[in-house]
Ligand binder design. Structure first.
Ligand code: C5P
Length: 325
């Protein structure tokens, strides 16, 4: 656990927070970069194949972690996995629900970052704090104090302000058109619902049963792989037949896949050892970090006054929400 004793709990929390901030910021920026910068005429890689590669990576990493925690007893690990798939299949199948939602959510993420700049995407995605709260109340029976409800209200106002158009005429930048922006926002809103539901569902499973986190991650990745393959067959089979599974892949695509895979497992650990609040905090801080990087490095984002005011609302609300009762 993170809180070993009061003296070491602070550094560990900060390390956890720091790792999440760096991971979230680099992940969003490399993903945005990978979707928008490419040689003219060349196809952009298929998001569905990248999602599948990410899940395969998570499966391998979870398996490696299981091996490590059992002192490399391959037989014992395989036996554990086998019994989860056979005798305990009724328990394991529960993971198919968040697996389906996360596969859809991760595909939506690629769509959203093809249409929105990294900063707008991140501020809007903070609405997942709201959906997480609503699902915690309805599914886990948690109660929120008035301050938490007030911060959720401030959060929604802040996200609303960020969406205000800049100036009287819509500003059309390359890769950020008005209609594209609408599609992007809808994708983020759907991802928020999925994120809130799956986060709470996963927390309920991980904290309610004695099965190890790595076994749960392995099960989650297993079902995700099956669902991702079905999705690819259904949506992208003819494109893959024409131009291949790895069409449009570059080094940066692999960086995105690795970052998504490792990031997903970090999130799993944060949900287990800490809570969703710490997770919300990390994404809030990374809004500032990635806005600055988006401005200085990607050069695809100029903060408007609305953006600055709205983001301030979002950051303040995250802080208020995290205050102890
Ligand atoms: O934004 P949000 O916190 O909902 O992000 C969840 C991300 O973490 C998804 O990409 C999901 O695939 C990943 N995840 C994971 N393993 C878990 C929990 C989440 O890979 N145990």
């Amino acid at each position: 656990a993170l809180r070993v004793s009061s003296s070491v709990s602070i550094p560990l929390r900060y390390i956890c927070l720091g790792v999440l901030v760096i991971q979230t910021s680099t992940n969003i920026l490399t993903l945005r970069y990978s979707r928008t910068r490419r040689t003219p005429g060349e196809p952009v890689y298929l998001a569905s194949t990248a999602v599948l590669c990410t899940e395969i990576l998570k499966l391998l990493l979870s398996y490696a972690a299981l091996l490590q925690t059992s002192n490399y007893d391959v037989f014992k690990v395989n036996k554990g996995i086998h019994s989860q798939l056979t005798e305990n299949w009724k328990d394991g199948i529960k993971l198919a629900v968040p697996a389906l939602m996360y596969v859809v959510q991760n595909n939506l993420l690629f769509l959203a970052l093809s249409k929105l700049d990294a900063a707008t995407y991140q501020v809007t995605y903070q609405l997942k704090i709201l959906t997480t709260a609503l699902f915690s109340v309805t599914m886990l029976g948690r109660r929120l104090n008035p301050l938490k409800w007030a911060s959720l209200l401030i959060l929604m106002v802040g996200v609303g302000i960020v969406q205000m158009p800049q100036g009287s005429a819509p500003v059309e930048k390359e890769g950020v058109s008005t209609s594209g922006k609408f599609v992007g926002i809808v994708a983020v809103l759907m991802a928020c619902v999925s994120s809130g539901f799956s986060g709470v569902y996963f927390e309920k499973i991980i904290k309610g049963t004695p099965i190890s986190m790595w076994m749960r991650n392995l099960q989650l990745a297993f079902f995700s792989i099956i669902i991702a393959i079905i999705g690819i067959i259904y949506n992208d089979l003819s494109t893959i037949m024409d131009s291949g599974f790895f069409q449009g892949y570059h080094t940066v695509t692999w960086v995105v896949i690795c970052s998504q895979g490792v990031g997903g497992l970090i999130i799993g650990a944060v949900v287990k050892y800490a809570d969703n609040i710490l997770k919300g905090f990390a994404t809030s801080i990374s809004i500032v970090v990635s806005s600055l990087l988006s401005y200085y490095i990607l050069d695809d984002f100029t903060p408007s006054l609305f953006f600055v005011i709205g983001s301030t609302f979002v950051l303040v609300s995250t802080y208020l929400y995290s205050l102890p009762a």
